[in-house]
Design a protein around this ligand. Structure first.
Ligand code: C2E
Ligand code: MG
Ligand code: MG
Ligand code: MG
Length: 279
């Protein structure tokens, strides 16, 4: 930026910029300590069908900060992704998810649930990512069919060889692990990639769901995603469903799986179990 401003222009760190840099450095430092102190935990949000059956949950990470309380991932995932911390965090999340699947495998009424885990691009691109997942599946005797990995379109757009990405996904899929394409419609997936990659599910981003009833364009996009899913033989789930009208409109489009506050908010595990008991 300084360079673009021209040869004879001098740029200094303003006090505000310095504050930002220090604040970021502090956050990185705090994150590192938090990982060491195991301050991250998972919340679980139910995924349901139009019949009201719970088919699974998405694991969503929270930072249980000793002073700040519960911190949302939006406040720390982007910073973690700029550093190697996302690799450690991602691994902790995956391990906790596998532990939870082990617990559910012997808990009556939970055996069939799938658990969806968000995977960052950098995490997926580690050379040993397939080995990491395989090792956790074995260590916790997880039925791989219960584990679903949520990846975003950015994984398909990143410079890494798409063939390598496809190969890793195929190796995991061969074990039985499922793949869901998260926030679908907000990126720039090419249809060729969508066809070539071993995906199982498209997840309609909540930005399209929120205005479904009032914005004809969002409705058209949702409809297009549903029919694309059907054409490619992929399941389709909608996120961010907040009321019955949205759910009914989605059903009319042919989307019969949902996640959103209308059904249940993300909850700590005890509260999630409580929620399941009260159904
Ligand atoms: P996401 O994977 O798209 O998750 C859905 C987000 O929508 C969650 O936000 C969820 O709480 C929120 N949500 C669910 N239902 C509704 C609804 O009806 N209305 C509204 N307004 N929001 C709803 P959350 O938990 O704050 O997570 C934000 C993002 O952080 C996630 O978006 C995901 O990209 C990222 N994230 C969360 N956990 C992890 C993780 O373990 N690893 C990685 N790499 N990223 C994570
Ligand atoms: Mg997700
Ligand atoms: Mg999503
Ligand atoms: Mg989203």
């Amino acid at each position: 930026q300084a360079k673009a401003a021209g040869r004879n222009t001098y740029r200094f760190f303003s006090p505000e910029m310095l504050d930002q840099v220090l604040e970021r450095a502090q956050l990185v430092d705090d994150l590192r300590k938090a990982l060491h102190n195991k301050e991250f935990l998972l919340y679980y949000q139910p995924q349901v069908t139009d019949k009201g059956e719970v088919i699974g949950a998405e694991a969503l990470v929270r930072w249980q900060h000793p002073e700040k309380g519960t911190v949302s991932p939006a406040a720390f995932i982007p910073i973690a992704e700029e550093t190697d911390l996302i690799l450690l965090l991602g691994q902790q999340v995956l391990e906790t998810a596998c532990q939870q699947l082990l617990d559910w495998s012997s808990r009556q009424g939970y055996e069939h649930l799938t658990l969806a885990v968000n995977i960052s691009v950098r995490q997926f691109q580690q050379v040993d990512f397939v080995e990491q997942v395989t090792e956790l599946i074995q260590r916790y005797a997880v039925n791989p069919k219960r584990l679903k990995l949520e990846v975003t379109e950015s994984l398909l757009m990143d410079d890494e060889d798409i063939l390598l990405t496809a190969e890793k996904m195929e190796q995991l899929q061969a074990l039985g692990v499922g793949f869901s394409l998260d926030d679908f419609g907000t990126g720039y997936s090419s249809l060729t990639y969508l066809k070539k990659l071993p995906l199982d599910q498209l997840k309609i981003d909540k930005s399209f769901v929120s205005d479904l009833l009032i914005d004809a364009q969002d409705l058209d996009i949702a409809r297009t995603i549903v029919s694309l899913g059907h054409s490619l033989n992929l399941a389709v789930i909608a996120e961010g469903v907040e009321n019955q009208e949205q759910q009914e409109r989605l059903a009319a489009l042919g989307c019969f799986s949902y996640q959103g506050y209308f059904f249940g908010r993300p909850l700590p595990i005890e509260a999630f179990h409580q929620w399941m008991e009260n159904l």
